[in-house]
Each structure stands twice: as structure tokens, then as C-alpha cells.
Design a protein around this ligand. Structure first.
Ligand code: ADP
Length: 607
């Protein structure tokens, strides 16, 4: 996975562009704080000179008192405004962060499906998230910006004042500042490569373990199979790695700080040498000496400070680079040739799919999971896909749903390559019922409609839940179809059993009422009665629709017009149930094994 690296300035500008897109508040607060902070610091630099000047020039005490009052008032006002700026910055930054997180989530939700199965891409998503943590990435850069403004004002002002007095001293100071910046930049970059990048997969694993150990769905297995030992071991390995890398990270910065401090020390020597020399030669009054000590000190301090800011900004802009590349990641669907993925009009009266010599390998894998598939699925027809585990059945479904594109060959819908169709519009054609379904911590009606209440047809939700057999359970709760699933946000939230989840999946499909129904082992977790009910519901549901049905219960495939028997990624038999039985091949063998098992079961249950 190749991630493009932008320069520091480019990433810095990007951070600000994004911040302004999220709202102008952070910019206004930053300018505010930057200017008042600089003003405050410069008043303190000038104060000693002013005081001594009063003595040197024999001004009256009244003048001195008035002057002091004026200076205190200026300091008080600028301090108060500064504080106000900080409060505003905190508040405004929360808005910016929410805006950035929304973009990141949108990418996660919309990215090509294959990316979600790719650990490199998931690491990439984790790195992008790193740029949103407090103190990191955007927060780091945007929060340092007011310091950049105030420090720049102080550095420019002090340099000009010193430069007017002695240009060589100024050149020496700036030269050393550049060396300090270079040292810190070098350490920052090294740290990003040797610490943060290396830690990304470990952080992802730690997050996974953390999430899993808190996830109620896993709680039972973890206890029953006594998996806490496995978790502890995994945590220990990851933590050891983390501690080792963290130690190296700190040692690296200790060496960095030593190098930087030694350069800063030489800088101090040059500056004080110059001041002492000027006073000894009688070229500088005491009040000016105090002023220049102040200017030299603040220049020195701010250059040191600026170097740290530079290194922090450099590290943070590298994180921003990851975020930026992640949210702008060019999807395969975006790099389609001209005309691909653009057809949004999928309002057909009938649907016919055709697989032409389709072969497929998963990205990053060498073996073909589907080999040379040729298949036609006619309008309103029902196709059953059967075969042992790993034969390629689910992969076929993923291809037909355009979650992946074929590696070779093409799939046509009504004569047009699926690649031509807009992905989001294409997804609308499908009502899928999968065996593993996810519940979201949302009210049950949203789990069915995936829309907010205003856009949900609540009667249709009730009817879908009724037809799927889940309404009886939901009716037991006072909140009815508004009852929350899972206990993540609501302690009264409900959990569904495996079979109930499959009923929920059916309710989703019924609600969506799309023209193509996909049933991927949808009854695996159901009891016999519920399975019977669900089959009847399927029959109603798939009338006048295309249905593709994956099942291990071969008897249940009888109602299909075509059965495709898959073996090692190939269709080895194709025909109706009776044709395939007559053929007496792989399908018949599998069917006979299963029916003898059912007969045995009957004998046992009746015997
Ligand atoms: P079936 O649905 O018939 O059980 P699948 O289509 O799920 O089979 O899997 C077919 C083959 O593809 C299996 O060998 C499986 O290990 C492999 N496979 C499935 N998903 C992936 C993936 N995301 N990456 C790599 N290989 C995969």
C-alpha cells in the first residue's frame, strides 16, 4: 500500500483548510491568542528598560506611577483577552474534530468492501484516527499555531532590534536556530518511522483485544472456553513490544534534546559575549543593556521554543498526512475507466444476470477461488448455490453484489457490465439475508429500516417484523418497535439470539423489498418450526423476483429453477433438482447422504 507523502507546509496548510471548512472559530481564536500573547511578552521585555530610563532621565514619581498604571492595564486587558481566546479555542476545536471524524467515518463506511478485509487498509484507518487524538495530528498543529504566531512576532521583532544594533550577532543566532530545527526535524521523522508507524498494527491489535474483551457477544465463549489465558498472553506480547518501542522512543528524544541544548548553549554564549563586550567598550547604556538582555533572552527562548514547535508540528503533520491520504484514498471504483461506475439509472422492468468466463482471486492471494464461471440467472428465476464449505458460494454472491469485481471475465446485468453501474444505486437492487448478521445499538425499527424515524414507514416495519416472526418478542417490551438493541447505550436494551437475528435479517430484507433477494444460509440458526415459517415467507417474498439461495439443506433447494453445484470454485453440475438427481453425480450423492441422515433422525425421533 503506497501512501503519498506531502511536505510539512502542504500538510500544515491542509490542516488549516480543513479546520476552516469545519468552521472559522479555531482560526479566529488562534489569531486572537497569538497576537495578545506576543504583546504581553514584549511589554515584559521592555518594562526593565522603561523603569531604568525613568531613573536615568530623572522623570518625576507621578509620571512613573502613571506609567506603571498604564502598563498594568495593558497587561491586564491582554491577559484577559488571551484567556478568553483559550476558552474559545477549546470549544471551537471540538467542532473541528467532529467534522474531521465525520469525514473519516464516511470513508470507512463507503470504501470498497475489499478494503475492509485488508489489514493494511485497516492499519491505514487506524493511523488516520491517530491524527484525531487529543494532542496529536490536527489538535497538535492547530493548538501550536497560536504559539507559532506569537513566537514569530517576538522573534521577528527581537531580531530586527538586535540586527539594527549588530547584524553579525543576528546572523550567528539565526544560523544556530536553523541547526536546532534540523536536529529536531531529523529526530521527529525518525521517531515517526521507528515508533508510530511500527506501533500502528500493535495499536490495532490492542484495540481489537480491548473491544473483544468488552463485547457481550464474545463474553460467553471467553468464559466457557476459558480464553482469558489466551487474551492475557496476547496482551502480554503486545505490551512487551509496546514497552520496548516506548523505551527506544524516549531514549531517542533524550539524545535529541542533548544535541539541541548544546547548540542553544553556544548561542547563549555568543549573545552574552556580545552584550558584555558592548558594555565594556561603553557603547551601551544600562537601560539598553537591560532591554537587550530581555530581547536576547526572549529571542533565545522563543527560538528554542519554536524548534520544539517545529518538531511537534513536523511529527503531527506526518499524522495529518496519513489522515489526508486516508480520507482522499482513491477507490478502485474511482479509478474506473471512462464510463465505468457512472450509470445511475437501474430502473429496469426485468433483471437478467449473465456470468461470462468469470474467474476470481481475492486481492493479495494467488489462488483462484472461482474458475471460469458461466451462468445465466433469468428474470424471476430462483437459483440455488450448493457445495461443501469453501467451494466459493459466498464469493459468488459477493461478486454478484459488486462487493468485488471479477479478476477475469465479466458479469452482465441486462447485457451491461456490472462495472458500469454506480455502486450505491446498484446496492439498492438487493435484499440480502446473511447467516451472520450484525445488530446495531439503535432502536429496533432503525435496525430494520436503516432510516431515522421521520423517514421510516413504521407500519411497514411492524409488518416486516410480523412476517419474519420477530414481532411476538418485540411486543413483550413496553417500548415496542422503539426498543433499543444491545446494552451499549441503554441498559434496558435487548439482545437477540442467533435465530432471532436471522429473523431480524429477514425483516430487513422484507422492508427493503428490493427486486433481487439473496439468501445466504439464512436458516442455519433457526429451529424447525421457525425454519418452516421462514421458508413460507421466502416463497412469498421471492415471488416475481430473482432469488439466489445458498443452502446446505438440499431438500430446501427444490423450489429453485436452477441448482448450481460448486466444487473448488467451479460449477460441476447445473440443472433442476430432479435433473441433478437423475444425473446421479455429486449433487445426488450429497442429497442422498443428507436424506439418509434425516431418515435416521426420523427413526430416532419416532422410535
Ligand atoms: P463457501 O461460501 O462456499 O463456504 P467462500 O466463498 O466463503 O466459500 O470461500 C471460498 C474460498 O475463498 C475459501 O477457500 C476461503 O478460504 C477463501 N476466502 C473467502 N474469503 C476470503 C478473503 N476475504 N480473503 C481471502 N480468501 C478468502
Amino acid at each position: 500500500m503506497k501512501i503519498k507523502q506531502h511536505g510539512l507546509i502542504s500538510n500544515f496548510i491542509y490542516a488549516w483548510k480543513m479546520s476552516i471548512k469545519g468552521g472559522k472559530g479555531v482560526l479566529v481564536a488562534t489569531l486572537f491568542i497569538g497576537i495578545f500573547q506576543a504583546m504581553n511578552a514584549l511589554v515584559w521585555v521592555y518594562a526593565p528598560k522603561w523603569i531604568v530610563s525613568f531613573v536615568e532621565k530623572h522623570y518625576s514619581v507621578t509620571k512613573f506611577v502613571w506609567f506603571t498604571v498604564l502598563v498594568c492595564a495593558v497587561l491586564f486587558i491582554s491577559n484577559a483577552l488571551n484567556r478568553y481566546g483559550y476558552t474559545k479555542l477549546d470549544y471551537e476545536f471540538v467542532k473541528t474534530n467532529a467534522f474531521l471524524e465525520r469525514l473519516r467515518m464516511r470513508k470507512m463506511f463507503k470504501t470498497d468492501f475489499k478494503n475492509m478485509e485488508n489489514p493494511d487498509f485497516l492499519d491505514f484507518g487506524q493511523k488516520a484516527k491517530n491524527a484525531l487524538y487529543q494532542g496529536n495530528g490536527f489538535h497538535g498543529v492547530l493548538y501550536e499555531s497560536h504559539n507559532i504566531i506569537s513566537n514569530s512576532i517576538i522573534i521577528i521583532f527581537s531580531s530586527v532590534m538586535i540586527g539594527i544594533r549588530n547584524i553579525w550577532v543576528l546572523i550567528a543566532i539565526l544560523f544556530m536556530a536553523i541547526i536546532v530545527g534540523y536536529i529536531l526535524g531529523w529526530f521527529g521523522k525518525r521517531d515517526k518511522i521507528k515508533f508510530q508507524d511500527v506501533m500502528a498494527p500493535t495499536n490495532r491489535k490492542l484495540n481489537y483485544l480491548e473491544r473483544t474483551s468488552k463485547n457481550f457477544d464474545f463474553a460467553k465463549d471467553i468464559r466457557l472456553f476459558n480464553m482469558s489465558g489466551v487474551f492475557k498472553r496476547e496482551f502480554a506480547v503486545l505490551n512487551n513490544f509496546f514497552f520496548k518501542k516506548n523505551r527506544q522512543h524516549h531514549n531517542r528524544w533524550i539524545i535529541g534534546a542533548l544535541c539541541m541544548e548544546s547548540v542553544l548553549l553556544s548561542e547563549t554564549l555568543v549573545m552574552y559575549g556580545w552584550l558584555v563586550w558592548s558594555v565594556l567598550k561603553g557603547e551601551m547604556a544600562i537601560s539598553d543593556l537591560l532591554l537587550f538582555i530581555g530581547l536576547v533572552n526572549s529571542l533565545h527562548r522563543n527560538i528554542g521554543f519554536m524548534s520544539w514547535i517545529y518538531s511537534a508540528v513536523k511529527t503531527n503533520t506526518l499524522m495529518i498526512n496519513d489522515y489526508r491520504e486516508f480520507v482522499n484514498w482513491k477507490e478502485d471504483s474511482e479509478s474506473f475507466a471512462e464510463g465505468e461506475g457512472v450509470e445511475k439509472n437501474l430502473d429496469f422492468d426485468s433483471y437478467e444476470f449473465k456470468f461470462e468466463n468469470v474467474s476470481f482471486k481475492y486481492p493479495g492471494h494467488d489462488n483462484y477461488v472461482l474458475k471460469n464461471i458461466n451462468l445465466t440467472i433469468k428474470n424471476d428465476s430462483k437459483l440455488a448455490v450448493v457445495g461443501i464449505n469453501g467451494a466459493g458460494k459466498t464469493t459468488l454472491i459477493k461478486l454478484i453484489m459488486k462487493l468485488y469485481n471479477p479478476t477475469e471475465g465479466r458479469i452482465l446485468l441486462n447485457g451491461r457490465d456490472l462495472r458500469d453501474f454506480d455502486r450505491d444505486e446498484y446496492f439498492k437492487l438487493f435484499s440480502p439475508v446473511f447467516q451472520n448478521i450484525e445488530c446495531f445499538a439503535l432502536p429496533i425499527f432503525e435496525n430494520v429500516s436503516f432510516e431515522v424515524e421521520e423517514e421510516t414507514d413504521m407500519d411497514k416495519v411492524t409488518s416486516a417484523l410480523d412476517r419474519s416472526g420477530l414481532l411476538e418478542k418485540i411486543d413483550m417490551y413496553d417500548a415496542g418497535i422503539r426498543v433499543n438493541l444491545l446494552k451499549i447505550f441503554d441498559e434496558k436494551g435487548i439482545d437477540l439470539s442467533g435465530g432471532e437475528k436471522q429473523k431480524l435479517a429477514l425483516a430487513r430484507a422484507l422492508y427493503k423489498d428490493a427486486p433481487i433477494v439473496i439468501l445466504d444460509e439464512p436458516t442455519a440458526a433457526l429451529d424447525a418450526l421457525a425454519e418452516d415459517r421462514m421458508y413460507r415467507e421466502f416463497n412469498n417474498m421471492v415471488k416475481n423476483k430473482i432469488a439466489i439461495f445458498i443452502s446446505h439443506r438440499l431438500g430446501s433447494t427444490r423450489f429453485c429453477d436452477q441448482i448450481a453445484m460448486f466444487k473448488e470454485g467451479e460449477i460441476v453440475e447445473l440443472g433442476t433438482h430432479s435433473e441433478l438427481l437423475e444425473k446421479n453425480g455429486e449433487y445426488a450423492e450429497m442429497f442422498n447422504v443428507q436424506s439418509s441422515y434425516y431418515k435416521d433422525e426420523e427413526v430416532i425421533s419416532h422410535g
